[in-house]
Structure formats: C-alpha cells, structure tokens
Design a protein around this ligand. Sequence first.
Ligand code: ADP
Length: 486
Amino acid sequence: MMADLVRVGSWIDGREMPASSGESFAVIDPGKGEVMGLAARGTAEDVDRAVAAARRALHAKEWQGINAYERGYAMLAWAQKIKEHKERLAGLLSLESGKTLHDCLDDVQTAIRNLEYFAGWADKIYGRVCPVPEQGVFDYLLREPLGVVGHIVPWNYPLDIFMRGVAPCLAAGNTVVVKPAEETPLSSIEMARLSKEAGFPDGVVNVVCGTGKEAGAALAGHPGLHGLAFCGSILTGKEVLHAAAERITPVISLELGGKSACILFADGNIEKAAVQKAWGLAHNTGQSCGARSRIFVHKEHYKQVVSLMQAAMASIQLGYGLDDPDMGPLVSQKQLERVSGYIRSGCEEGAELLYGGQHPESGPLKNGFFIQPALFGRAKPGMKIVEEEIFGPVTALIAYDCEEEAVAMANDSAYGLGAELWTCDLARAHRVAAQLDVSHVTINGSGGFGVELPFGGVKQSGFGREGGWDSIVQYTRIKQVWVQLD
Ligand code: ADP
C-alpha cells in the first residue's frame, strides 16, 4: 500500500530534495479520505535554501544575461511540456484535491495559457521618457524586475493560481519561490519538474512544500524576498501582511476571497440565470472565491427561482473526481466540518434549507468529504450564511423589493470581489455595475476570468490585480535616471 503513494520533495535550485528535517506530511485523497501521497515537510532552512538559489539565479548570466525574448521562449517551452503531460497532471491534481477531472483540466489549461500569454509580454516591457523643465537634461524611467518574488498559493485552483503569479514574474525577469498549499503540493512539484525539462536555469523556479505555519510563515517573513503574493483566507492574509511588514517586503497582491452577490432583476432572463446559478454551485464544489453565494431575487420571482434552482440542483451528480462527475468532494475533513457548520447555522438562524446540505452517510461516497449542494431561502442580512465566506457549494436566496434595496444589500458586505447582475435594461445594467462596490462585475452571465483580465479584490477581499498588463506592472519596479547632458 505504502509503495503506491505519490512522493515528492521540494523543488529547489533545479532539483528535488527532501526536507532538511527529513520529515514528510501526508496528502489525502478527499474522495476516499485516505492517504495518497507524501510531500517533504519544508522547514525555514529549506525556504532559506530556495530563496538563496533564487537570488543567485536572479543575477546569473543564464537569466539576467539572456535576451527578453529568450525568457519568452523558455516560458513557451514550459507551456509545451505541460501540454504534453496535461492529462497526467490533471489526474494527479484530481487525486490530491478531489476536483473533477474537467475542473482539473481547466486548471492545467489556465496554467498553460498564463505561460503562453505572458511569454508574449517578455520582450514588450519598456520604460518611458519624462519631460522635465530643465534645459540640457534627459530623464528616463526603466522598468526593472523586482527580484525574488514569493508566492503563497491556496488549494482551490493550485496550478492556475501558481502560474498566474509565476508567469508574469518570469516574463519580467524575476525569479520565484512558491509555497503550494499543504492539501495540493504534488501537482505543483510535478509542474516545477517540467520547468527544468523546458530548459529553465536552476534556481529560477523553486517550490517549497510544507505547512503554512512552517514553510509559509518562513517565506512570508523572509528577508531575502523583494516581493510577495498571497491568495487565501483573511486570517492568514493578515498574518502574511504582518510578517512582510517586519521586513518591509512589498506585498504585491493579496487575494482573500469573497461573498459575491448575484442580483436577478425582474426584467432579466430569470430562467437562464436560476439554472446557471444552480449549476454554478457544482463548479469546483463551490470552492471559489468568486462563488455567487448571495442571490438577490425580486420578490415577484422568488417562488419561480426556488423551483428552478431546486430542479436543476437535483440533477447535479456527486462523485469521485477522477470519474468526472458534475461535482466532487470538498478538499478536506476540515472543509467538510466548516461547510456543515454553516449549514447548521443557517437552519438555526431561521433560513430555510430548500435543498441538499447532507453528507452521504452510506454508499461509495461516505468516506470522502462529500456534501450535497445546498440552497437556502428566506435568508437575511446579519445571518452568518449571508455575511461570511463559506467556501463550499452553498448559496442563499434573499428577496428584495426595488433596485436600490438590492444594490444596498449587495454592497453591505465586508468583501468586495465579484458581483453579477441579470437585466435586459441596458441603462440599468451599466448604472448598477457602476454602483457595485467590487472589483469585477458580470452582466447576464458568470465570466470575466481569463489570463488577459486583471483580477483581485477591494475591501477585505484584498488588493493587487493578477492578469493582463497589470500583472507585469505590479511585478516590476520603476527606476528613474536623470542625465545632465551639458
Ligand atoms: P485555508 O484555511 O483554506 O487552508 P489559508 O489562507 O490558511 O487557507 O492557506 C492559503 C495558503 O497560505 C496555503 O499555502 C497555506 O499553507 C498558507 N499559509 C497558512 N498559514 C500561513 C502563515 N501563517 N503564513 C504564511 N502562509 C500560510
């Protein structure tokens, strides 16, 4: 049995190595609740090694000495290697995360797209000339890499979030140290191995496996970093900010989840919206920071939305990720307990559980971290299920009377990530989009995620933008050069 376990070390300076302590930690298959892998339990010493390797590589001629377009070629070669191993990577990701195979293939594909997209930026990063009032003076700005950038990655989109930070960093000439989540280290190490096959110089890409409290905290507080990107919970985000503040390490982006609203206006396509929101719960088992976990419904359509959503949710098939069902398990026992706790609290606080919310107590799924998608009705501001991020397949219907009330309730949240609205009134669509206090609005559908598009939060959802040119800007720094010509 033990022989079948997938084993990985950390990826440091172009090779895989065990933890300095020799210790490993178990990776659990969420679909079965069984150990399926072992990863090196990286220590502060391992983080030191990785940062030292990244600092050496930063100044090495193999990296700083090459043309910008050659960095782009290396990135394209890495994308090609990942493509060749796409199915295997997706399968491994499915085993460690429980995600359905189609969600995993999307994750791998997004990693590939990030490399391809940002490879094209590598030789298009330039500064500008500043007009100055003095005669005989020439002043210009250089756009330079930051240096060594740390990336602390969560478990919900492990390869996508890894690469949305790493690809723009590499395009801009930085080197990186990544700390994947302890739930999902295996596919990240597999992806890092392919960087070597693609010809990346040693030390440019480093990945240290380990727990958040050990390897994560050591990376966040490391004096050798020139920048840090984090995606995860608010609580951990605050710890990361504190650790970075001690070293004055710039925190480039901090994405901390959301409590995204969807407003269904009476003049919108209610049927399409309701069915889409029901199926949206299955996507990544609701473990998405942009999940639409508050649905505001005009009271005229409330009953219709309830029955449409109940019917659609009844056809969502739960199953083992690798069998590619509609929806897989939650990532961990901890998440199962957390989501179940929110479902209990919704019932206790007076919301009406209209569908699902049960863990299968018998049958083939009973040992995995499965939960049926859950729909709450009669939800109200002030309830925990309306205020807090659940990070599972749970959504709450909240009735409203008029546009102003819907917008006010949607904005009444500590979070500010996504928001969605459905209407056939063009003026209302743009009016409400402008009023929503979030970073990302979708109209008549759930989209707006792509390597070309800046994504990040406002309010307690964090700051910084990953995607598109904004990524390049944030992973570079400006140097001003003043020249006296006469
Ligand atoms: P969750 O509670 O869902 O696991 P976290 O925000 O704790 O979400 O985890 C996101 C990432 O942050 C993971 O890679 C995790 O290992 C890491 N992490 C957890 N605690 C810390 C910490 N104190 N310092 C730095 N990174 C951490």
